[in-house]
Design a binder for this molecule. Structure first.
Ligand code: ZN
Length: 144
């Protein structure tokens, strides 16, 4: 009896993948559909990010979401230079993005020279498959 063929190894994940829960599934379902969804309280309309099981403003558990335009500005940012962990091999920027449609979120900046990043820089979302099976909402320069 011959040995079973060795299965091909699963591709190595280099990034930390998001933990998807019942509270965050709507967000990742939106990413899969090319939508940037921001949780919103159905009682008081407060925008909530990152997603939460309850509204921090009114404690309601009745939560939905709005689809953000995906456009915003750099509110703050940092450049990671050292130590770089896989998959990053060069310095990269992570920013707090102030969305035009309300609230802020943290994301990586793409296609912007690190020395040209500044507070108020207009950016827009792009959905990037950063490794097989993992698409992230990342931000780059806003089209003119
Ligand atoms: Zn509320």
């Amino acid at each position: 009896m011959s040995a079973a063929p060795t299965p091909a190894p699963a591709p190595a994940r280099q990034r930390v993948w998001p933990a998807i829960s019942t509270d965050t599934r709507f967000f990742w379902d939106g990413v899969a559909e090319g939508e940037l969804r921001v949780q919103q309280c159905n009682e008081c309309a407060t925008l909530i990010h990152p997603p939460s099981p309850a509204c921090g403003a009114c404690t309601s558990l009745d939560l939905g979401y709005q689809v953000a335009s995906g456009e915003g500005t750099v509110y703050s940012w940092v450049v990671f230079r050292h130590p770089l962990a896989p998959p990053f091999t060069e310095p990269y920027a992570v920013a707090v993005i102030e969305l035009d449609t309300g609230t802020r979120l943290v994301s990586q900046l793409l296609d912007i020279p690190l020395d040209e990043i500044e507070i108020g820089l207009p950016v827009s979302v792009r959905f990037v498959e950063v490794e097989p099976g993992l698409t992230l909402p990342l931000f780059g320069p806003r089209a003119a």
